[in-house]
Design a protein around this ligand. Structure first.
Ligand SMILES: Nc1ncnc2c1ncn2[C@@H]1O[C@H](COP(=O)(O)OP(=O)(O)OP(=O)(O)O)[C@@H](O)[C@H]1O
Ligand SMILES: [Mg+2]
Length: 512
């Protein structure tokens, strides 16, 4: 039995409801899951040379942070090339981008049903819909025509969202800003994150980018301040002009002035020719003053002068040079406190902090940590030529519960080390990171990532590993359900599972 006209109608109607694009994408996948009864599905947008997941259903959260370079994922490449429904043979040995990333199932995706639907608008590939199920025959009952219709409806939805985004950009309003949907292909500087704190920051970036205001990027070490500065420049009208970087912390007093403002030939011993300073190099573009809190008071005075009058003098010259430079400054210091402590000039502080942006610490970003993990792991997977590189469930919990004083940079380094260790231990093409590879101490919050306070029942003696595990899962689910008065959604939350996953798991365990 395939799909009926009613099913398509419900799919089409769903696409028109929902307040945000994200909302519509999530609905789309929920409906697809109901119609096709699949274990996992994903909606991806195609840009440049990569697929970026926009919404997922039944897949691990970290998938949302992965950026799949088409040429490295044969299944996605096949979908991109086919221009039509692709049914992969159940025993296909093409590596699957979601291998090990379907939480309801602990095994790898060896034999399973996998269908890819290319999403096409105006004869151009704009994305893909992937559907997976552990029953190898799951999609046999749907005709190609059925699947093509699903694909056409999904393509219409995605195309609408992309057009809306373009319109919003044109009119200068705030867009939803689909991840990876703008900017050049191979965005090395993409800011990963969908938590409310990061979405708010992205909106602020868009707002300030459209102006010439001086922006001050604040935040703890390793939160991504440099990325934010790049994003502001990249989204501004100056994007085609240079973004000049100056690290104020690495600026010895003796050369600082000539670094900033340049010098003329003969200005001092060794000045054998004219030299442009950073301000001149940035003319028409943006000057990024990183670690601005480290500037000496003397240099602060000189910088202030340029900001006030918009002109400067090269060292050794009394001619004023006009420059048109937009300033973005960043610091991990509390500049206001520095002002109170008389280490930073109040007048310069006010000049710089016209538009302050606060980059939130990692601990305020919730699941973004998993997205970032997926983002970094996919990058190294590709660099190392592995077919799969992922975290096991215990590692995910460990990372989510750990403290990250060094924020994203610390997470990146921690995962990098773990990748190297895990790979050394099992030199195969499929590398799984376990907690022992993550040199994380005990968690700051002993409750974090740990399932609800349910006692762990011992399994009946004599059961094999698999049966014991299943028995344990059954008991844990039953107890959690009892503790939650039979409420599945609340139980799923306590167990750290997606509600749909919990339902399917319960079904598989014969509990429904
Ligand atoms: N949201 C993000 N998405 C992807 N990568 C990120 C994100 N935030 C930070 N990173 C990465 O983390 C690392 C640290 O970021 P960055 O250098 O911008 O931090 P910072 O705030 O400037 O730190 P510091 O104050 O120590 O200079 C970089 O490799 C950066 O690419
Ligand atoms: Mg920095």
């Amino acid at each position: 039995m395939g799909l009926a006209i009613n099913d398509f109608a419900s799919l089409a109607l769903d696409l028109t409801s929902g307040v945000s694009a994200q909302d519509r994408f999530d609905r789309l996948l929920t409906t697809v899951r109901t119609l096709l009864d699949c274990d996992a599905s994903a909606l991806l947008v195609f840009r440049g040379d990569q697929f970026t997941p926009l919404a997922i259903n039944g897949l691990a959260t970290e998938v949302l942070g992965r950026r799949f370079v088409v040429a490295e994922h044969p299944r996605l490449e096949a979908i991109a090339r086919a221009g039509d429904v692709v049914r992969f043979p159940a025993d296909s040995d093409l590596p699957d981008p979601y291998d090990g990333l379907i939480p309801s199932h602990d095994d790898t995706l060896k034999v399973h049903a996998c269908v890819g639907l290319p999403l096409v608008a105006n004869q151009r590939l704009i994305g893909a819909l992937t559907i997976d199920d552990f029953n190898p025959r799951q999609f046999d009952r749907f005709s190609d025509a059925d699947l093509r219709t699903v694909s056409a409806l999904a393509a219409a939805s995605l195309n609408n969202a992309l057009l809306m985004e373009k319109l919003e950009q044109l009119s200068g309003q705030l867009g939803v800003s689909l991840p990876g949907a703008d900017g050049p292909p191979h965005q090395s500087g993409e800011i990963i994150g969908q938590s409310p704190a990061m979405l708010a920051l992205k909106r602020e970036i868009e707002v300030v980018a459209k102006t010439d205001l001086t922006a001050l990027v604040l935040g703890q070490t390793g939160t991504g301040k440099e990325l934010v500065a790049e994003a502001i420049h990249g989204a501004s009208l100056r994007a085609g002009k240079p973004l000049i970087y100056l690290n104020c912390a690495a600026l010895p007093e003796s050369v600082a002035e000539s670094e900033l403002f340049g010098h003329v030939k003969g200005a001092f011993t060794g000045a054998i020719s004219h030299r442009q300073g950073k301000f001149e190099l940035a003319d028409g573009g943006t000057l990024f003053l990183d670690e601005v809190g480290e500037l000496s008071l003397g240099l602060q005075a000189k910088l202030l002068r340029v900001l006030q009058y918009g002109d400067l003098q090269r060292v050794g010259s009394d001619k004023a040079i006009k420059v048109d430079v937009r300033i973005i400054a960043a610091t991990n210091r509390d500049l206001r406190q520095e002002v109170l402590d008389k280490r930073f000039r109040a007048d310069l502080y006010h000049r710089l902090s016209v538009f302050p942006l606060q980059v939130p610490p990692l601990e305020q970003r919730g699941d973004d940590l998993l997205l970032l993990a997926g983002f970094f792991l996919e990058r190294w997977r590709s660099k190392l030529g592995l077919s799969s590189l992922r975290l096991d469930e215990a590692s995910r919990r460990l990372l989510m519960g750990a403290a990250w004083p060094g924020n994203v940079r610390e997470l990146e380094h921690c995962l990098h080390r773990a990748t190297v260790l895990a790979r050394a231990e099992s030199p195969t093409a499929e590398v799984v990171i376990h907690p022992r590879h993550l040199d994380r101490g005990p968690t700051t919050d002993p409750q974090a990532g740990v399932p609800a306070p349910v006692s762990l029942p011992g399994a009946d003696p004599g059961l094999g590993f698999r049966q014991a595990t299943e028995q344990f899962q059954q008991r844990l689910i039953r107890q959690t359900l009892e503790a939650n008065g039979g409420n599945w959604a609340a139980s799923a939350r306590d167990l750290g599972l997606d509600t749909g996953n919990l339902h399917r798991l319960a079904k598989r365990l014969g509990m429904k």
